[in-house]
Ligand binder design. Structure first.
Ligand SMILES: NC(=O)c1ccc[n+]([C@@H]2O[C@H](COP(=O)([O-])OP(=O)(O)OC[C@H]3O[C@@H](n4cnc5c(N)ncnc54)[C@H](O)[C@@H]3O)[C@@H](O)[C@H]2O)c1
Ligand SMILES: O=P(O)(O)OC[C@H](O)CO
Length: 331
């Protein structure tokens, strides 16, 4: 693969374009906003979504989705999760033959409870699919700081070609064959990160955060098992790895949103000040709905959804978690 199209020029899509260039490939980046495409193409910057980083001038950018998609031998889909279905549908109308698609969004679709691979397969049946996930803050990736990620696909040959097209000294994709597991970790960790942020904002201490990370991983493992994921995937980069990063890294949009909630600010006020996406805000509802459907107990995710979407009082939600009956750790 010599030319990779990146669909979505937020922080992650822009960082991925730099990754493709570091791997010695060509890239064309689709931005939904014409001013973002123009700035990347002419000034080699994306001040709206990835400020302060000088981009490789060889990254081409356009606001023409069809033109970008046609050039890519593979397409990295880096639009937010709740917009993936409409974007995939547009690609289906544009491209006459299937291309390999790499899902780079982390989330579960609100309403349907579908994983991103399920959304893509429903919209574009038969198109080859891979999932890229893991502990990957966009700004660090764009700066070329050392990063490891999970690349999961059932198509081993496609996986090898994608590793070659993305991998470099600073970006190390680890190949796997469990795309379901790779997506569960990436979606639920954002919800757990909001919980960890709330605890930090309420000054409840480091013990509480470590407990949430660990019990959050238990929720990820239970949901993963119900969806057919392998346990080792959830202990890997896309599970434990990303959970650790997002629940502790101040650069996380989900964690910082939780901190602001914990300090007493309202969701609407926080989101009103941001242009960037905090996927956990949307995935909380979808995760809880999916868990109910599958009969999986996810009390931390439920508490986050209650606070975000059901006007629950934060202190009452915390009290609710602390008042749960004692139980065996591995149950
Ligand atoms: N930023 C990171 O560090 C990072 C790392 C790994 C994965 N991700 C995931 O990548 C996905 C994109 O996140 P991001 O950080 O690049 O976004 P961002 O917050 O930087 O930017 C928001 C993006 O949403 C796009 N958008 C808004 N409305 C849209 C619509 N109707 N259709 C299509 N696109 C629309 C904007 O054009 C912009 O590209 C998310 O699922 C996120 O979880 C992000
Ligand atoms: O800033 P966040 O919380 O969306 O996290 C970004 C990445 O998913 C971290 O791997």
């Amino acid at each position: 693969m010599q030319t990779i199209a990146v669909i979505g020029a937020g922080a992650w899509g822009t960082a991925l374009a730099t990754t493709v260039r570091r791997a010695g490939r060509d890239t064309v980046l689709w931005a939904r906003e014409p001013e973002v495409a123009r700035q990347i193409a002419e000034e080699h910057e994306n001040t709206a979504f990835l400020p302060g980083i000088a981009l490789d001038p060889a990254i081409r950018a356009t606001d023409d989705l069809e033109a970008a998609a046609r050039e890519g031998e593979a397409l990295l889909l880096a639009v937010p999760a709740q917009h993936l279905r409409e974007t995939a549908a547009r690609l289906g109308e544009t491209l006459e033959a299937p291309r390999p698609l790499v899902i780079c969004a982390k989330g579960i679709e609100v309403g349907s409870g579908r994983l991103m691979s399920e959304v893509v397969t429903e919209t574009l049946p038969g198109w080859p699919v891979a999932v890229l996930s893991g502990p990957t803050f966009a700004a660090e990736v764009a700066r070329g700081l050392p990063t490891a990620a999970a690349l999961a696909t059932k198509d081993a040959n496609l996986g090898e070609r994608l590793v070659a097209a993305l991998g470099s000294r600073s970006f190390r994709p680890y190949l796997g064959d469990d795309p379901i597991g790779a997506q569960i970790g990436g979606a639920v960790k954002n919800v757990v990160a909001i919980a960890c942020g709330i605890v930090a904002g309420r000054r409840l201490g480091e013990n509480a955060r470590a407990a949430l990370i660990t019990r959050g991983l238990a929720e990820i493992a239970r949901l993963g098992a119900a969806k057919g994921a392998r346990a080792e995937t959830l202990r890997g980069l896309s599970g434990l790895g990303d959970l650790t990063l997002t629940c502790t890294g101040p650069a996380s949009r989900n964690y910082s949103l939780g901190i602001a909630l914990g300090e007493g600010r309202s969701k609407d006020e926080i989101l009103g000040e941001r242009r960037s996406v905090a996927e956990g805000v949307y995935s909380a509802e979808a995760v809880v709905a999916l868990a109910h459907k599958l009969g999986v107990d996810m009390p931390i995710s439920q508490a986050v959804d209650d606070v975000l979407n059901r006007d629950a009082d934060i202190d009452a939600a915390i009290e609710g978690l602390l008042a749960r009956p004692f139980r065996a750790e591995q149950a």
